[in-house]
Design a binder for this molecule. Structure first.
Ligand SMILES: [Zn+2]
Length: 682
């Protein structure tokens, strides 16, 4: 059966999964699904030539209506004859409607029934993006597939708010269809409904009544857990017409995509392939490789022995390692090209397996390695040597002139707690500032209840465990004074060498003479024998990638990673947005040792409110970030919020932007800071 403007035709369905393979026909090419669409927000996939994308097998690119409306503007597309001619692209284009971008402008937009009113970050003019204007712009851009303008819902919205937004989204969908008229461009609706199954059902039913050419699942991949996303994806996919394409917006890693195909989704887009390339990493048939690791320094082999992309056929891992270490743009480009090949090859493998009805077999096989890091050079620690070593892996014991010991990373020279003994600093910065003893007290309203929620601490950057042990020792001291609430310490770390090394030297690192440390090193978890409420767990791996694996959401975050010089990826706007999403709806306070202006700005733009933290020996000030719920009085600790003085200093500073805010987004970023609720009325 053939349906819609796209002649969508299902060729095969997996017998023991919901996976399906289909073809569709746009104005530019025949498209085979399941497929991945590289993201070309500004009519360019960052760092990639259109020829390279065609060679890699890109069938559809995603472009963004919001950005292209502001610049270059629809008139350019009208005169030049559409985006295909403009960017010299032969295959199809799908345009996002701009709803998601406007939704992200939390402080500088207004939503009404008519549309979304916002100020251009380029010239300050006010624009009302209505469903009609969005479609008119997408017609000018000339995309093959247009998306309706939808009202995105915050994932923390309550059900009533989510329901209201859903009504608007459905009315806008109908207006978008009317505005499309008899254009031959296809139009997809977007199912919303946050994480409420009832609303998802309502949305899918209402939209399925209208003659759309396909359906997108929106509002996912914005901070919910992997399990929540997979459940909601499965539910929504099954509610949609079976004979039209299904598109899961903004997802995801190769593993996420594999899981969603299994649940019946046909189309995907995500910035991950080029984004991880920028961070020096690649997906390969041998696992996920971080090319900055020194194991590749002398490696003459190609990136992925099973890949025949231009990067793999020509360049060695040693060269890619060098480019990643030096931050050269070519490294980003070459790794991005490989990653896009990898994604497209994965989709072709998936499709072939569905056509041959062996998808489940492929699913099991791929699932086993897609989340692995380098299989040939596992990120594992060598056994500590018998002889007392003063260095281990990339770390050595450092002795301060004042006599105390701490751990130094050899490659960067950075010392964990350089000027103050580790436990003294941990106590001042994290325990006293968060007022941990008070937080551990059981509140009057909880005394009667049998189950008291544990206080959850995210210890980001376990290092030599000074902060985690400071919290644990504080707990043990408080428990001696009477009943207190349970406490879960969740430590995130990708490299246990600092802790192993310090543990070998526990005559100097005396705080490590504690049964918890042995438990963490041996089993990755520890449950106190003396205090049943005290637990400590290790989440091993890169912090941002591990967030979905955290066993619980945080109340307190001790953010103590190596500095942005050494570990840039974790101090970006994107990183703090991800952390903020993990805190949704909760009163959370984050403490960190830096007072850097761009990092504070990134925290603000991510949605936190930001206060001055107390001085350490080394720094005059540190930083505290609070979620809105924490500001609204649930927090026992009092902080001095940043005010007009800081804002003034920030706007004069030459280092206003975190590393991942590119020039085209800087004006928007500045506006987000100026309009931040924290500075309202200044
Ligand atoms: Zn390759």
């Amino acid at each position: 059966m053939i349906h819609g403007r796209l002649n969508f035709r299902i060729e095969a369905k997996s017998t023991d999964s919901r996976a399906r393979a289909a073809t569709l026909r746009t104005a530019h090419n025949e498209v085979r699904t399941p497929l991945f669409m590289p993201v070309g927000t500004q009519a360019t996939v960052k760092g990639q030539l259109t020829q390279a994308l065609e060679d890699a097998g890109s069938q559809i690119l995603l472009a963004n209506t919001y950005h292209l409306l502001l610049r270059p503007g629809p008139e350019v597309f009208r005169r030049i004859g559409g985006i295909h001619n403009f960017m010299s692209w032969k295959n199809s284009v799908l345009t996002d409607s701009g709803g998601f971008q406007i939704f992200s402008l939390t402080h500088s937009r207004e939503m009404t029934e008519a549309g979304a009113t916002f100020r251009s970050y380029l010239d300050g003019r006010t624009i009302v993006l209505s469903p009609e204007l969005s479609i008119e712009t997408q017609k000018a851009i000339g995309s093959d597939i247009m998306m309706v303008l939808d009202q995105c819902i915050s994932s923390i919205a309550d059900e009533a708010t989510a329901r209201d937004a859903l009504g608007v989204t459905h009315r806008w969908a109908a207006r978008s269809l009317a505005a499309r008229g008899d254009s031959n461009q296809a139009l997809f609706a977007i199912v919303q409904g946050a994480l409420f199954p009832g609303l998802r059902r309502e949305s899918a039913n209402a939209l399925s009544e209208m003659p759309f050419d396909g359906f997108a699942i929106g509002g996912l991949a914005v901070g919910e857990s992997r399990a929540e996303r997979e459940d909601m994806c499965e539910l929504t996919a099954q509610l949609l017409p079976h004979d039209l394409p299904r598109y899961l917006m903004g997802v995801g890693t190769p593993l996420d995509i594999l899981e969603a195909v299994h649940r019946g989704v046909d189309m995907f887009d995500c910035i991950i392939p080029t984004q991880v390339a920028q961070r020096g990493a690649a997906f390969t048939s041998r696992g996920f490789l971080q090319l900055r690791r020194s194991v590749y320094k002398f490696s003459e082999t190609c990136l992925d022995p099973l890949c025949n992309c231009p990067t793999c056929s020509r360049y060695s891992r040693a060269y890619l390692h060098h480019l990643a270490k030096t931050g050269e743009h070519l490294g980003w480009q070459l790794l991005g090209q490989h990653n896009l090949y990898f994604y497209h090859q994965l989709m072709r493998d998936i499709r072939q397996s569905i056509l041959e009805d062996r998808f489940l077999e492929l699913y099991r096989e791929k699932r086993a390695f897609l989340h692995e890091s380098d299989a040939d050079h596992p990120v594992k620690q060598q056994k500590p040597r018998r002889k007392m070593a003063f260095h281990l892996g990339n770390y050595e014991v450092h002795r301060a002139p004042e006599g105390f010991a701490s751990i130094r990373q050899i490659s960067s020279g950075e010392i964990m707690h350089a000027r103050t003994p580790p436990m003294v600093e941990a106590h001042r910065l994290y325990i006293e500032q968060s007022d941990l003893p008070t937080r551990l007290r059981i509140r009057a309203d909880e005394e009667a209840s049998t189950e008291i929620a544990p206080l959850v601490i995210w210890d980001v950057g376990l290092g030599a465990a000074a902060n985690a042990m400071a919290a644990i020792l504080c707990y043990e001291a408080q428990a001696a004074t009477g009943p207190i609430r349970p406490m879960d310490v969740i430590s995130f770390e990708n490299d246990l060498d600092p802790l192993r090394l310090a543990f070998l030297h526990n005559r100097e690192f005396t705080y490590l003479r504690h049964p918890g440390v042995g438990g963490i090193l041996a089993a990755g978890r520890w449950h106190s024998q003396r205090h049943s409420g005290l637990r400590w767990a290790l989440v091993h791996g890169d912090f941002l990638a591990s967030i979905p694996n955290a066993p619980a959401a945080p109340d307190l975050i001790f953010f103590d990673l190596f500095s942005s010089k050494t570990d840039g990826d974790h101090w970006t706007l994107a990183a703090f947005q991800q952390i903020y999403a993990a805190c949704r709806g909760r009163a959370v306070e984050l403490f960190t040792y830096t007072c850097s202006t761009p990092i504070r700005a990134a925290l603000l733009a991510a949605g936190f409110q930001v206060a001055k933290g107390r001085s350490t020996g080394e720094k005059v000030e540190t930083t505290v970030a609070l979620t809105p719920a924490a500001v609204n009085g649930q927090s026992p600790a009092q902080h001095e919020m940043l005010g007009a003085e800081w804002l003034g200093r920030w706007s004069r500073s030459t280092a206003r932007f975190p590393a991942d805010v590119f020039p085209e987004n800087q004006a928007l970023f500045e506006q987000a800071i100026r309009d931040h609720p924290q500075f309202r009325g200044l």
